[in-house]
Design a protein around this ligand. Structure first.
Ligand code: GRF
Length: 209
């Protein structure tokens, strides 16, 4: 940071490939980026995302859901690990578990998710396939705060991409993913700079000082 303020400590929750995690790791490695990833947590031991974290020198933690009796106790462990590392923002990046109120309340206003559609269209799994099946002409990506609904919280940033006539799920997903990798770091930067204010369903973005 240029002004001597410590960067925001970020935790990232992952389950799979981790390309959004990689975009965040790359952004955080930039000299004046106002955030640092301090821990990456996965519910799947073999998630390639954990390897990306290790390669970047970031702590990579697997929490095995089978070790817990129910969703709430898994989430309580997740919260404990994040809080123990002083995490001020959590980014869900392809984290495939539904999070209970235990987690949502602990990080209310301090947890982001990325979803590959223009919400509120096409929440849930296979958003790109849903857009194609519906015949949408425009698809896109949304970064939003996490609340207790599925892909439902206040929207921080969105970007649109066209659906081309010959698109398959793979080609549309790739076009959206390029925007995901641009948008998620941008949203984290805005949060870390203290420029996001949630007012009801809206997220107000203040000008850079
Ligand atoms: C992304 O499309 C993200 O929007 C969705 O899950 C996918 C994760 O991809 N929530 P990756 O693991 O970040 O590559």
């Amino acid at each position: 940071m240029s002004d001597g303020v410590a960067p925001l400590a970020v935790g990232v929750l992952v389950s799979g490939r981790g390309s959004n995690l990689q975009a965040l790791l790359d952004a955080c490695a930039q000299p004046r980026f106002p955030a640092r990833i301090v821990v990456v947590i996965s519910d799947r031991e073999q998630a390639p995302a954990l390897e990306r974290a290790r390669a970047a020198g970031v702590e990579a933690l697997w929490i095995n859901p089978k070790d817990f009796a129910d969703r709430e106790s898994f989430d309580a462990a997740l919260v404990r690990e994040l809080q123990a590392r002083g995490v001020g923002l959590v980014c869900n990046a392809g984290f495939m578990r539904i999070l209970s109120p235990v987690y949502v309340r602990a990080f209310a206003g301090r947890a982001l998710n990325i979803h590959p559609s223009l919400l509120p269209a096409f929440p849930g799994l296979h958003a790109q396939r849903q857009a194609l099946d519906h015949g949408a002409k425009i698809a896109g990506v949304t970064v939003h705060f996490v609340d207790e609904g599925l892909d439902n919280g206040p929207i921080v940033l969105q970007a649109a991409v066209p659906v081309e006539p010959g698109d398959t799920e793979a080609t549309l997903s790739a076009r959206i993913l390029a925007e995901e990798h641009r948008l998620y770091p941008a949203a984290v930067r805005l949060f870390a700079e203290g420029r996001l204010r949630i007012v009801g369903r809206r997220v107000l973005i203040t000008e850079a000082p």
